[in-house]
Design a protein around this ligand. Structure first.
Ligand SMILES: [Fe+2]
Ligand SMILES: [Fe+2]
Length: 381
């Protein structure tokens, strides 16, 4: 039952994000985001125990022409079938993960915001290790929840997209995402020994994608925005850990995700260039930007803050420190590196919205190669 306390807690906890929402000033987009934001930020639906229902509104589509029109997707489908792996057998789960092994650091301070926080610097080496370990569990938990969202999005996209070429490819993505849920969950529960709940901002994004009836927004939200960010984050994390099982797990997942982002770009490129009215394009531009804001705020690690820092500093101070940290500056440029070139490629990084991204410092890699010009080996380099 929703109580007034839940609502007030939600408002207090997410005031920063709510104040930022609506930068695009697009009323239609704000209306679309209102329901997801209310459920995620105010009611905090993602923090419920057990199962949470999300009502979908899309239409499933048959293609009795059976496709054959889209050779690039046929090639991608073929590559996906050849690249399947078994999460239980392809990885060496016998590896012992030791949180404070000096030879094989679980996670380096370079990719954590903690080292820049004075209260962290004052902790003993042991306590610092506990927090590093918890921060990694927080981060991987968000990947896990994102993967569960990706599993449903892949199912929905497979149902709702019109072309059978896209449906066949989508069927492989469903299996991929199921495997990603499996391996992240297994790593968290058997190697790190703990999981965190879904971040409220991430919940809002996933809720918005699930409920929207338009198939292209499901592609845009999941395949371009969430998976693009995940690709950047997985790559950064893979370089920042010396733990062999996690490194190998991420290598395998990155290889799959590269195909998913490629699929999203190929599917949207043609439609966005040829079929959108000016007004529809503006809505997509603004919708993507609001998602980018939510995703940036997701990395403020509030679930981690609640556990370790709520007693010693105000949430506003925590947010300010993180947003101004060197970590966050690097995060903005490297993790959005896999999103911005793709937005440009599908025609959504127009002169009208570039200043919004520039103000957030997200344009550093805008001229990098987009997904169809990248192979898995480039992403793993
Ligand atoms: Fe995935
Ligand atoms: Fe994916």
């Amino acid at each position: 039952m929703t109580t007034l306390t839940t609502i007030l807690d939600g408002l207090r906890s997410n005031a920063g994000t709510m104040a930022e929402a609506g930068r695009s000033r697009n009323l239609g987009v704000l209306r679309d985001m209102l329901g997801p934001a209310f459920r995620g930020l105010v009611l905090r639906a993602g923090k419920a125990e057990g199962t949470v229902g999300v009502r979908a509104h899309h239409e499933a589509t048959f293609d009795f022409g059976y496709g054959g029109q889209w050779p690039e997707l046929a090639r991608l489908y073929d590559a996906a079938k050849q690249s399947q792996w078994d999460g239980a057998r392809a990885l060496d789960w016998s590896v012992d993960v030791v949180p404070d092994d000096p030879e094989r650091a679980l996670i380096s301070d370079d990719i954590l915001p903690l080292a820049e926080i004075p209260a962290f610097q004052r902790l003993s080496a042991r306590e610092q290790n506990v927090q590093r370990h918890a921060m990694l569990a927080w981060l991987l938990s968000q990947f896990l929840h994102g993967e569960q969202g990706a599993l449903f999005a892949a199912c929905q996209v497979t149902e709702s997209v019109g072309s059978l070429d896209a449906k066949l490819y989508g069927s492989t993505q469903v299996v991929d995402e199921g495997r990603h849920v499996e391996v992240f969950h297994r790593y968290l529960t058997t190697k790190l020994g703990r999981t965190y709940q879904i971040n409220d901002n991430l919940y809002v994004v996933v809720d918005a994608i699930m409920r929207d009836a338009r198939w292209d927004l499901k592609f845009l939200g999941m395949q371009i925005m969430i998976e693009g960010l995940a690709l950047g984050a997985f790559g950064t994390l893979r370089n920042a850990t010396q733990e062999p099982l996690l490194k190998e797990l991420l290598r395998n997942v990155i290889t799959d995700e590269a195909r998913h982002v490629h699929f999203g770009v190929v599917s949207l490129e043609r439609m966005y260039r040829e079929e959108l009215t000016e007004r529809e394009r503006r809505d997509r531009e603004d919708w993507a930007f609001e998602l980018a804001l939510l995703m940036r705020n997701r990395f403020l690690a509030h679930e981690f803050y609640d556990e370790y820092y709520a007693p010693i500093m105000k949430r506003a101070e925590w947010d300010k420190r993180l947003l101004e940290s060197r970590f966050m500056a690097r995060f903005r440029s490297t993790m959005f590196r896999r999103i911005i070139p793709n937005l440009r490629r599908i025609g959504l990084l127009t002169a009208r919205v570039r200043p919004h991204y520039a103000a957030l410092g997200l344009l550093a890699y805008e001229n990098d190669r987009a997904a169809p010009e990248l192979e898995a080996k480039d992403l793993l380099a």
